[in-house]
Design a protein around this ligand. Structure first.
Ligand code: KG4
Ligand code: ZN
Length: 345
């Protein structure tokens, strides 16, 4: 089946056309392998616009989504080589995210589904990030452990089934990507600083400065990135006050090392607690080369299977929404014209 999907929860407007095995193939009643395929995945990024303000401005984001959504939908259909008549279902992110931004995708998808008489499937953005893994790893089958690391969310999830997610650990304050971006900003990097922090960290000494762990002490699976972020910022201010030079590369490397070791500490606890042997990472920060390398090494060392999406599917995109939308569709999830945007899931 072909799913046309939409993502507009933050500062990327995206539309995709993705192809999935028949429901019979996916539930094992057929010998046909379940191999999802991206026919098109068009992403219009607003980063350049928001960069001027050092962060996403919600009203500007909503207006930019309105301007972009018709054009990228046409492009998604054209690149996929299909027309609206070939589409079997429409999937759309309806939670969580910026309410005005979400509303653009939700309203557009609702109108389109209504006009064409197509089933409409609402998708949770975080679940979508996790489902981005299915394109390269169609044999990633629940139950498994997912680490969601994005600009707005950081959580450890026990994925019981394709549509049953249990959050077993979360950040108590800042999200992991937010911490990367804020430290980057204090070092003068343009918004969002995550990718540039990654590059700088490769050139620095990870043992140059010792920062406090982001793993919350005790018998829990939670993180706190706010304390770590503040410690880095205080360190930078102290250096400036004492007129001491610091290398941005060393700060980025030391910060990144602290983040990765904190993540691995809680992941290790989660593995022991749940007994799960398959691990998947998802979200914008899943693109971080140091985190990818550290998790790969950890999983190899412990004989665990590790899945990560390709870099182009780590950030926000509509193909990931189609992947989760497919499973929600199979589970019978449908929305009607009363579907609304929900900012907090
Ligand atoms: O998942 P995403 O695209 O949007 C949200 O749903 O939040 O994540 C965006 C976040 C930003 O904070 C960005 O700086 C961060 O992902 N990011 C990275 C890297 N690439 C993107 N953080 C660290 N290293 C990277 N290579
Ligand atoms: Zn996201």
């Amino acid at each position: 089946m072909l799913i046309l999907s939409f993502e507009s929860s933050c500062d990327e407007t995206s539309a995709a056309v993705c192809e999935f095995g028949s429901p019979a193939a996916a539930d094992g009643t057929s010998t046909t392998a379940f191999v999802p395929r991206i026919r098109s995945n068009i992403i219009a990024s607003q980063i350049e616009t928001h960069r001027l303000y050092g962060g996403v401005v919600p009203e500007i984001a909503s207006r930019a989504h309105c301007d972009a959504i018709c054009g990228i939908t046409e492009e998604a259909l054209e690149v996929a080589g299909v027309g609206l008549g070939d589409i079997d279902a429409v999937a759309v992110t309806n939670t969580p995210g910026l309410v005005g931004a979400l509303l653009v995708g939700v309203s557009f998808a609702k109108s389109l589904a209504y006009a064409r008489g197509l089933p409409l499937v609402p998708v949770n953005h975080i679940r979508g990030h996790v489902a981005a893994n299915y394109y390269d790893h169609p044999d990633l089958v629940p139950p498994y452990l997912a680490l969601v690391a994005s600009g707005g969310h950081t959580s450890l999830m026990h994925v019981h089934s394709y549509t049953d997610f249990e959050t077993i650990g979360r950040t108590r304050d800042d999200a992991i990507g937010e911490a990367f971006d804020k430290v980057g900003r204090v070092m003068g990097l343009p918004y969002p600083g995550g990718a540039e922090m990654d590059r700088l960290a490769s050139l620095g000494n990870p043992d140059a400065v010792k920062f406090p762990s982001a793993a919350v002490v005790g018998d829990n699976l939670d993180f706190s990135f706010s304390g770590l972020k503040t410690a880095v910022i205080n360190h930078l201010h102290n250096c400036e006050q004492k007129n001491e030079e610091y290398r941005r590369e060393d700060i980025a490397a030391s910060f990144t090392k602290t983040v990765t070791s904190s993540v691995i500490k809680k992941l290790d606890m989660a593995v022991k607690l749940t007994g799960l042997r398959d691990i998947a990472i998802a979200g914008g920060v899943a693109a971080n080369s140091h985190l990818r390398a550290a998790l790969t090494a950890y999983c190899e060392q412990h004989g665990l299977r590790f899945c990560m999406p390709p870099l182009k599917l780590c950030g926000d995109n509509a193909a990931m929404i189609a992947a989760q939308g497919y499973h929600e569709y199979l589970a019978g999830v449908r929305a009607d014209s009363s579907l609304n945007a929900i900012p907090n899931d």
